[in-house]
Design a protein around this ligand. Structure first.
Ligand code: NAD
Length: 276
């Protein structure tokens, strides 16, 4: 069901499905997208300082709460510290800035956006402080490979609860997911729909027809059956609804295997071992 939640290693509950707002313009578009999501049962929103839309997301949250009568505590809000703000003090400052733009007094999840060498361990110490001070309910990273995680964990007091990575049928990260499971780190997929790059795939089309679902729904369901948290992005209300309508069917083992076999270790985004 839509209100099913993943339980993070610290006991915090995180919705399996959230709305992503990458490349959604700050202003009415992002306000309306966030409101459409909340109206249709979403409780989780994924933004980042670098998306430049935290004010609009905050406004959407405010209006969504007013429209539906839910409480702030019912929502799960994620933001991320950008590369240029990595380091201890600058991460603490970036957090306050994001909170202010969002108009919130705490975050549910704060992530280190990319593993900038020589800096991410200091940022992790800042996230640990924010967590211990109760400013954020859970902390983690994004785009970390196993070796980056190992470097953090060697120096950490608090273990990361989430790793948000590019993940979809063309990049299924089998080894990384195994490592995360062994270390009780929840995996979260960005570009769960490969940013739209899967919609003409014949294999997926035939599976979708069989279940009378769309390709988007089949791919998102594949993630859920792999115990992956998803944050598909759309600004269209009918797609926002479609992307959460995932709980009235189940892919067979055979179809799960077929989708697994689409892996080509193909990225649409930057390589975490080689980015600017
Ligand atoms: P996505 O895989 O969610 O794909 C979004 C694209 O698919 C959009 O162009 C949309 O128009 C289309 N789409 C969505 N639903 C559809 C449907 N039902 N039918 C047809 N088309 C549909 O890609 P994304 O936005 O890159 O990733 C999701 C979220 O992950 C982002 O919005 C952002 O919040 C997060 N993200 C994080 C990072 C990171 O480095 N941590 C990087 C990129 C994105």
């Amino acid at each position: 069901k839509m209100d099913n939640k993943a339980i993070l290693s610290n006991g915090v509950e995180m919705p399996w499905v959230g709305l992503g707002v990458f490349q959604v313009e700050n202003g009415q578009i992002v306000v309306d997208s966030v409101k459409a999501a909340i109206r249709n049962g979403y409780r989780s929103i994924d933004t980042a300082a670098i998306y430049g839309n935290e004010e609009g997301v905050g406004q959407g949250i405010k209006e969504g709460i007013a429209e539906t009568g839910i409480k702030r505590e019912d929502l799960f809000i994620t933001s991320k510290v950008w590369n240029s703000d990595l380091g201890y003090e600058s991460t603490l400052n970036a957090f306050e800035d994001s909170l202010k733009k969002l108009g919130l007094d705490y975050l549910d999840l704060y992530l280190i956006h990319w593993p900038v060498e020589g800096k991410f361990v200091d940022s992790w110490k800042a996230l640990e402080k924010l967590y211990k001070d109760g400013r954020v309910k859970a902390i983690g990273m994004s785009n970390f490979q196993v070796h980056h995680l190992q470097e953090v964990m060697k120096n950490a007091e608090i273990m990361p609860m989430i790793n948000q990575v590019e993940l979809h049928p063309r990049l299924n990260h089998k080894d990384l997911r195994k490592f995360l499971k062994e270390n009780s780190i929840q995996v979260e997929a960005w570009a769960p729909l490969m940013q739209g790059g899967l919609f003409d795939n014949e294999e997926l089309l035939s599976i979708a027809k069989k279940y009378n679902k769309s390709i988007a729904q089949v791919v998102l369901r594949w993630h859920l059956q792999n115990e992956v948290v998803i944050i598909p992005k759309s600004i269209k209300e009918h797609r926002i609804v479609e992307n959460a309508d995932l709980f009235d069917f189940e892919l067979s083992n055979e179809d799960m295997k077929k989708i697994n076999s689409l892996n080509q270790n193909h990225r649409v985004g930057p390589d975490p071992d080689n980015f600017d």
